[in-house]
Design a protein around this ligand. Structure first.
Ligand code: SF4
Ligand code: SF4
Length: 71
């Protein structure tokens, strides 16, 4: 499992980007995305996903297309 940014809901506010302990959030041409391979669901760093907590637009969700991260 990883988290993903729902592009249609994202306002490109950038609040999530500096919160990720794995630098998994990238911006290109003002479009933000989570690099699935780098997202560890914040396991080992924080109790809760930091990007989710930081997002004021409720535009980050679980990406159910990938398996749960195993530390
Ligand atoms: S859940 Fe954590 S590791 Fe994954 S993108 Fe969000 S802040 Fe980064
Ligand atoms: S915090 Fe939410 S609205 Fe802001 S850039 Fe990240 S995903 Fe988009």
């Amino acid at each position: 499992m990883a988290y993903k940014i729902i592009a249609s809901a994202c306002t490109a506010c950038a609040a999530c980007e500096p919160e990720c302990p794995n630098d998994a959030i990238v911006e290109k041409n003002s479009v933000y995305a989570i690099v699935t391979d780098k997202c560890t669901e914040c396991v080992g760093h924080f109790d809760d996903p930091q990007c989710l907590a930081a997002c004021p637009a409720d535009s980050i969700a679980v990406d159910k297309s990938v398996p749960r991260y195993a530390a």
